[in-house]
Design a protein around this ligand. Structure first.
Ligand code: FE
Ligand code: CA
Length: 533
């Protein structure tokens, strides 16, 4: 934990902490937020890892109010996370400004009768009293339980799982992709259903928080602090608000996560800025991100940079290449979000992930020994023409704004005959199944990979069942599009990758049941999606 004590050499966080929050928050807001949302009558379904009972949430001294989490699984371990916080409304969380002793334990059983590892750590207020323990020395492909203790308090119990030994035969992997959980957009009903799925790992593809001030959301919810986020304290408070939701805590406690961010963890559609104000804001956002995510020390922000792109493998079955298509991208092409006739987007020097990450990804693909090569991606990779009839209109915040990056990726796949590339994408608040074509303007051209886009958990509100009749006519490579909230459950075997689009009909009220609105699969060695139901 030595590195954690190192002060940031360039970024002066003190200067980033300038706000007086409580001038900005109405009494009504606090009452609604922490009455209806957090402490109210919302009853969680009882699952083995239901994080916090209401009595703990109401206890002023209880310091684990954001629950626990695990992530970045490897063959012999994973990261376990928590953050000490007694009052989620306060910038310092009502934790004293000196280090606090936290004990941790790993057991093979839920009742902790067989504790296999334990240790202690001292929190640091510089890192918001967050705790990241990299546990190792565990058995591969095994479930473990973990918990923390400080003073007389025990944290909720989390469950995690190690990966198989690299290249060992693996017959099946169950996982889900999640994105876009605006706290204002809807209740975390899909999260409650996800907790009941049988999963080895969860991938979060971006928009864990939203940075904007926002209007009143479901149930009278308002964003806390009720401002546009800019400083480190702003971001910390927003994470504390989102993470105080018991349904979100529940799915962190139930499965290990692999996380990456998109735009709203920093600012709407950010990317390519290098002025001091933007960089300071990014630094603040990255630091708060690290403090609240179950990620390894390799993701400790360094000046204005955070290392979030990385690889995670499961046996001989799959490499997850977790991408960062925000931090190293070129400036937006042609200025606006959607544009016609934007030639700038074709500029060969434009990049969506920077030279180093591109080399890293292409090398991973070329040297992969796994059956499946999955890209955990933020924004839609496929070409999509949003204009009906003649002419084209594309979104330049997506890969369509970085055509040469996409061309280089596709050439790498084709020239090296790389099999079984599947792209999993968040951001769009829609479900998508898309064949990635060698030439999107030639419907008959080869399909070289498949993209599954996952809808939002809540962002955008209830949505509608039907989406994209016209968009599918305009873009024959799109096999499916819908506009409900939920997540995508994926089942991977050596023979196929299946995606079940699990959705709820509404998020503006609690209690919606979940169902599978469609299932598609890709066969081994045959790129292109096939509808199952
Ligand atoms: Fe979003
Ligand atoms: Ca987004």
């Amino acid at each position: 934990m030595k590195k954690e004590d190192k002060k940031h050499p360039l970024v002066n966080y003190k200067n980033l902490i300038t706000r007086r929050y409580f001038l900005n928050i109405s009494t009504k807001g606090i009452g609604l937020l922490f009455g209806a949302g957090l402490l109210g009558t919302s009853i969680l379904k009882a699952t083995p890892f239901a994080s916090l009972e209401n009595k703990l949430l109401k206890n002023n001294e209880y310091p684990f109010k954001l629950g626990v989490a695990s992530g970045d699984p490897e063959e012999d371990g994973f990261v376990i996370w928590t953050r000490l916080i007694k009052d989620v409304r306060l910038p310092n969380g009502a934790i004293p400004d000196n280090s606090q002793l936290v004990n941790w334990e790993i057991a093979t059983d839920e009742s902790f009768s067989n504790i296999v590892q334990s240790g202690k750590t001292n929190t640091n207020p510089f890192w918001a009293h967050s705790v990241h323990i990299e546990v190792n020395g565990l058995e591969p492909s095994s479930y473990y339980y973990y918990r923390f203790k400080t003073k007389s308090f025990d944290s909720p119990v989390g469950k995690s799982k190690t990966t198989p030994v690299s290249n060992d035969k693996l017959d099946k992997l169950n996982f889900a992709i999640l994105s876009c959980q605006s706290y204002l957009g809807g209740y975390y009903t899909a999260h409650e259903h996800l907790a009941e799925e049988n999963l080895d790992v969860v991938l979060f593809l971006g928009d864990y928080i939203y940075e904007f001030k926002g209007n009143e959301g479901v149930g009278g919810r308002i964003h806390h602090p009720h401002i546009l986020l800019e400083t480190l304290e702003d971001y910390r408070l927003r994470y504390a608000q989102y993470k105080s939701d018991p349904s979100l805590q529940n799915i962190h406690a139930a499965f290990p996560w692999l996380v990456t961010f998109d735009d709203h963890e920093v600012r709407n559609n950010w990317g390519g800025e290098n002025d001091e104000k933007s960089l300071n804001r990014q630094a603040a956002a990255f630091k708060a991100y690290y403090e609240h995510m179950p990620v390894r020390k390799s993701a400790i922000p360094n000046d204005y940079h955070i290392q979030i792109y990385r690889k995670c493998s499961y046996g001989d079955l799959v490499d997850f290449n977790i991408l960062d298509t925000r931090q190293f991208r070129s400036k937006p092409a042609c200025g606006s979000n959607q544009t016609e006739n934007c030639q700038d987007r074709n500029d060969p020097f434009r990049t969506i992930f920077g030279e180093q990450q591109e080399e890293w990804l292409f090398n991973n693909l070329k040297t992969s020994t796994k059956r499946w090569n999955i890209l955990a991606n933020q924004v839609l990779m496929a070409y999509i023409d949003n204009q009906q009839g003649p002419g084209t209109k594309v979104g330049i915040d997506k890969w369509d704004g970085f055509v040469s990056s996409r061309d280089r990726l596709f050439s790498t796949i084709i020239e090296n005959n790389i099999k079984n590339v599947v792209v999993l994408t968040g951001d769009s608040h829609k479900n998508w199944v898309i064949d990635l074509k060698e030439d999107f303007n030639q419907p008959q051209s080869r399909t070289i990979a498949t993209e599954f886009g996952g809808t939002s958990l809540t962002s955008g509100g209830n949505g509608t069942k039907k989406y994209g009749g016209d968009i599918m006519a305009e873009n024959p490579h799109i096999k499916y599009a819908s506009n409900r909230r939920g997540y995508v459950k994926c089942t991977l075997t050596p023979e196929r990758m299946q995606a079940d689009f699990r959705t709820v009909e509404y998020v503006d009220r609690k209690g919606a049941p979940i169902s599978t609105e469609a299932s598609f699969y890709v066969k081994n060695n045959e790129p292109g999606a096939i509808r199952l139901s």
